[in-house]
Design a protein. Sequence first.
Length: 380
Amino acid sequence: MMRIKTFQADSMREVLRKVREELGENAVILDSRQVKGLLSRRVEITAAVDEAPPKAHRAVGSFQKQMEAYRRWKEQVLGEGRGMEGDWEEMARLREEVAALRRAMATTVRREEETPFSEPQHRWYKLLLGRGVDRGIVERWLLEGGDGVDWGVHERVRACLTGWLGKVVFPRYRGEGAKVVAFVGPTGMGKTTCLQKLAVRHKLVRGCRVALVSADTYRIGAMEQMRSFSAIAGMPLKVAYSPEEVGEAVESFGDRDVILVDTPGENPGRKGGIEALEKLVREVGPDELHLVLAANAKEGDLMEAVRRFGVLPVSYLLFTKLDETLSPGTVVNIAYATGKVLSYLSDGPRIPEDLHTATPERLAGILLEGGYGGTGETSP
C-alpha cells in the first residue's frame, strides 16, 4: 500500500526533516513547490512511501505451483494418474525431443573441446570463457593476437591480451580537460558514489577546484548523502529540483575547474523517464556524459540499458561493482558490442581508492587473474 502525504515548512531543510521523520529514509518525493503562507512563502512537498506488507504465503503458493507442474509432467510423460490409456504418441514425441536436446548438448560439448588452438592456448580459452567473456571475442583474440606468444608464461599472455584489447575493444580514456561531467544510468548502479570518488580524485590528485550539482531529489537519503559528503570534502553543492535549476546551478559554478552533476536513477522501461532525463541533460550541456552500469548485472539487461540510454549523448561507459562479480567479461562484451569507450572501473566502496581509470592493462589483469577485483587465482 502506497502512503502519500503533503508537508509544509518555512524552508526546504525543515520540510525534508518532517518527511524523513514521518515517512522514513525510503520516502520518494512526488512534487515540490512554493506556496503562500500567512506571512511569507512556504515550501510544500508531496512525498510517498510503500508500506505494503510482505507476502507471507508466497513460498507456499510457489511450492504448490511446482507440485502441480510436476503432477502434469508425470501425467504427460509417464502416463501416471490417467491409466494405461495415456497418449502414447504424445509420450513418444516428448521422448524424441529429450533425445534431440541431449544430442545438441553433446555437440556443444564437442565444439568446446575441438578448438583449433594448442593445449596452452586452450587453457586460456577455457579460463576466459569461465570469466564471462563472449566465445567469439576469445577466439578472435587467440587467432589474431597469438603470433609468437609463449602461452606458458603468464606475463607474456597478459601483455598479448593488453595489446589486443587496446586495439580492438577500446582506446584509452584520458579523463582530462572536461569541465562539466554528468552521470546517468539505471537505479542502483552506484552513480552517486562514483561521483564522490571522482570528486575527491580531482581535488587530491589534480588539485582541481570541484563543485557538485545534484538533481537526484527523488530519494531523501541520496540528498542527505550528498550534503554530508559536500561538507566533509569541502566542495560547494547545489541541489536542483528541475532541469532549469540544474542549468542555472552549473552556470553559477563557472569559476570552478570541474563541475560534477548527479542525476536521478532512471528505469529505462518507464514511460517518459528517458525523455525527462534527456531534457535535464540538455540543460546541463556536459562535456562528458558517463553511463554508469553495474558489472554484476545480467548482460542482457545491460545491453538493453545501453540501447535505451542511447538517445542521450553518452560519451563513455563506467562500470561499478567489479568486486561483486566472478564474470568480469561482461564489461568487455558490452564495450565490444556497443563500440563505447570505457572510462572508469569501480571495485569497492573506498573513496577514492576503488575508482580506477579503465586501461587495457587493468582490464587484462582482471580477466586473467579473476576473483573479485582481479585478486583471485592467477594463471590456469
